[in-house]
Design a protein. Structure first.
Length: 395
């Protein structure tokens, strides 16, 4: 059996809304449906009935996204009812996992045309109530927020594994001696690059605003922030001597992203030139508390499969869950040119809607390669509970 080439024809995303902000009134299934419909509308030569599957990442799935949000997106977007949908969960890597799974199906001949992406509404993530172990409890019951992080944790999990995500970032900062000043400077650079990218129109061909929300651009980009402003923020996880703050960490967000993937036959059906070709992917594991360093091994493994190295990269979209986490990864890639990392800003500025972020990264790499005309790009994320995920693209 021959392995087919897989191409990214197009990639879109919503503007990323802040928690309780511009997209908070939009259901996650509607966000997903919007980017799916946008992809189809932008490719009028493609018969939607030829879409073999829609695969979406979703890290939460406890609220309005609970009924296989990919299939809901298909129906809400008005695609033929014959188009199926599947939802996958690899926490922060869910959107990229969806891209990888859809690409794998195409490469193996199980599909010719697929849509892959991700969605998250952290604003609308519900509180959940566990069922009592015995009927008719007399005491108060606890509601758990499903917005982010550990909840209803298995007591058999070692305590060192179940630290908060922020404490995990502090551990990476400890490991690599990454001080507060460096983290704040990294965060400031993320905002600067994001603001410049928007000002230059670099996101105009990628971002598709939702018609029911008055949000035209990413809501968390702070054009006028400064090192002084960032320096005034208090540590969020270690009150005494901590380095991780709300300013040098990614915010809580809402958003969706989607990509159109095809083989050679599907490419002819679209009548379009592809943005990029998918070369290789890899997933790895690491100690849960050091989740922030998950991309280190995943990136090297994916590049090895593509017979490439970090020095061959044209662009690298590394999810900025925390400045400490991203800087920790960079410290373990000494041969990598940091100037090619997140050239249009990262998640600290743009935002990190969990299930959507991986698809956003892959789409951004594809658009950057198309703009450059050639090159090798990489998308990678750290993942809570200790994993790393990476995807190599070429043009």
């Amino acid at each position: 059996m021959s392995i087919r080439d897989v191409y990214i024809v197009d990639a879109v995303r919503t503007p990323i809304g802040k928690f309780g902000g511009g997209l908070a009134s939009v259901r996650p299934d509607d966000l997903a449906a919007h980017v799916v419909k946008a992809l189809v509308d932008r490719t009028p030569d493609l018969d939607p009935s030829l879409i073999d599957d829609v695969c979406f990442g979703d890290a939460n799935g406890a609220g309005e996204d609970n009924r296989d949000v990919a299939r809901m997106a298909v129906l809400l977007a008005g695609l033929p009812v014959t188009v199926p949908g599947v939802t996958v969960n690899r926490l922060c890597g869910s959107g990229l996992e969806a891209v990888i799974q859809a690409a794998r199906a195409i490469a193996l001949g199980d599909a010719s045309v697929a849509i892959a992406g991700g969605v998250e509404s952290m604003s609308r993530a519900p509180w959940v109530l566990q069922k009592p172990e015995r009927a008719f409890p007399a005491g108060h019951q606890q509601l758990h927020s499903t917005t982010l992080g550990w909840r209803m944790t298995n007591p058999r999990m070692p305590a060192e594994w179940t630290v908060s995500l922020g404490e995990g970032a502090e551990l990476v900062a400890d490991k690599h001696a990454i001080g507060r000043d460096r983290q704040d400077a990294f965060a400031l650079d993320s905002h600067r690059k994001a603001a410049e990218a928007w000002a230059k129109g670099l996101y105009d061909g990628e971002v598709v605003p939702h018609p029911d929300a008055e949000l035209a651009r990413d809501e968390c980009v702070r054009e006028n922030t400064s090192l002084e402003a960032l320096g005034r923020l208090k540590p969020a996880f270690r009150p005494d001597g901590g380095t991780v703050t709300a300013g040098n960490a990614s915010p809580l967000n809402d958003g969706a992203a989607a990509l159109l993937l095809v083989d050679e036959d599907g490419l002819r059906e679209t009548g379009r030139e592809p943005l990029a070709r998918i070369r290789a992917s890899a997933v790895t594991g690491i100690e849960p508390q050091l989740f922030g360093l998950g991309p280190v091994a995943a990136a090297r493994r994916a590049l090895g499969k593509a017979d490439r190295s970090l020095t061959d990269l044209t662009t690298f979209e590394l999810n900025e869950a925390f400045a400490a986490q991203a800087l920790g990864c960079l410290a373990e890639w000494p041969e990598l040119d940091p100037a090619i990392v997140n050239p249009r800003g990262g998640a600290i500025a743009l935002g990190h809607p969990l299930g959507a972020s991986g698809a956003r990264l892959a789409g951004s790499v594809a658009h950057q390669l198309a703009a450059a005309g050639s090159g090798t790009g990489l998308a990678a994320l750290c993942i809570g509970v200790g994993q790393g995920l990476a995807l190599v693209l070429e043009r």
